[in-house]
Design a protein around this ligand. Structure first.
Ligand SMILES: Cc1cc2nc3c(=O)[nH]c(=O)nc-3n(C[C@H](O)[C@H](O)[C@H](O)COP(=O)(O)O)c2cc1C
Length: 291
């Protein structure tokens, strides 16, 4: 039996769901599959595997920093078949291309590329009153993921693979946004600027548990303290039950960017969205559904 290693990052669960469905397609094609969410710990080394899958949510039109690090850390693939899969709430642009090129650059042989919409709990859009891609991935996307797993198995076994073209790069505005969220700024600027309202924080520890990078420790009162290893997922802010945390993404200076993005994506007929209350982030209506 052939063995497949699937390494992915998932904060909100959508990439994990797709990973499991791809795995089920592969298992139906006589593969033994091991799955690792790198937000929960280090993956197994590649040795002994016949196929590698790498999956991620798009963060700021690029791979999240932890996926970039994983790709960087991989040893030469020496012809090992690989596939990539990408979840995105609005525009993925060429984030998937970065992963595919990185794996090919390590000497891997591409045998599949999959992408799907996934519900976007990005604080900047929640603050604007939008939840993009609610109810995604839906049943259709998940069935596609199972079929994709089966196709990947066939391509890895030698069936001819017609490589999908690279995705288009972002336009200037989104490139500027990508620049504004670069790693240097994350480490040296934004990670220093998370704030917790001591009057609201009840030291419940949700932020600490939700941080995928172990970047939050607690002070002597149990309140969060941020380190420099921030992925900028901002889930500490999004999931805080007391709404006691403010990340740089909620600064007023960034609102025009959020407004521009939200207005463009909400006017795009290909992208589902639901309106939510800007203050409570609760649904205003039930629009959305699978594209
Ligand atoms: C910090 C952050 C940045 C994001 N940036 C983008 C983006 O640039 N483009 C996009 O289409 N979706 C973006 N998303 C949406 C996620 O890619 C999408 O919701 C994905 O399904 C989340 O995967 P997960 O549920 O496995 O964590 C972003 C989400 C977060 C939290």
């Amino acid at each position: 039996m052939s063995r497949c290693l699937i390494v992915y990052f998932s904060q909100g669960g959508t990439t994990a769901l797709v990973a499991e469905h791809i795995a089920s397609g592969l298992r139906g094609s006589e593969y033994e599959v091991d799955l690792y969410n790198i937000g929960e710990g280090a993956p197994a080394p590649l040795d002994g595997y016949d196929l590698l899958g790498v999956g991620m949510p798009v963060y700021y039109y690029r791979p999240p920093f932890n996926i970039a690090d994983y790709l960087e850390s991989l040893r030469p693939l020496e012809g090992l078949p690989f596939f990539a899969f990408v979840l995105h709430g609005t525009y993925r642009f060429d984030a998937g291309t970065a992963v595919r090129r990185s794996l090919a650059g390590k000497g891997g042989r591409e045998v599949g590329y999959f992408h799907s919409y996934g519900v976007e709990r990005w604080v900047g859009y929640l603050n604007e009153g939008y939840l993009f891609s609610p109810n995604h991935p839906g049943d259709g996307e998940l069935s596609r993921a199972v079929a994709f797993g089966q196709e990947v198995a066939a391509h890895a076994a030698g069936r001819e693979y017609d490589r999908p073209p690279d995705d288009a790069p972002p336009s200037l505005v989104y490139r500027a946004e990508r620049f504004l969220t670069n790693r240097w700024l994350a480490e040296h600027l934004y990670s220093r600027l998370f704030r917790v309202d001591a009057a609201k924080c009840n030291s419940c520890g949700v932020c600490f548990d939700r941080c995928p990078n172990g970047n939050i420790s607690r002070d002597r009162n149990g309140r969060p303290v941020w380190g420099r290893n921030c992925l900028m997922c901002m889930m500490c802010e999004v999931d805080c039950p007391q709404r006691a945390i403010t990340s740089p993404a909620s600064w007023a200076v960034f609102r025009p960017i959020m407004k521009f993005n939200a207005s463009r994506a909400s006017g795009d007929p290909v992208i589902d969205h639901a309106r939510i209350d800007r203050k409570t982030w609760q649904p205003l209506d039930s629009s959305g559904g699978e594209a």
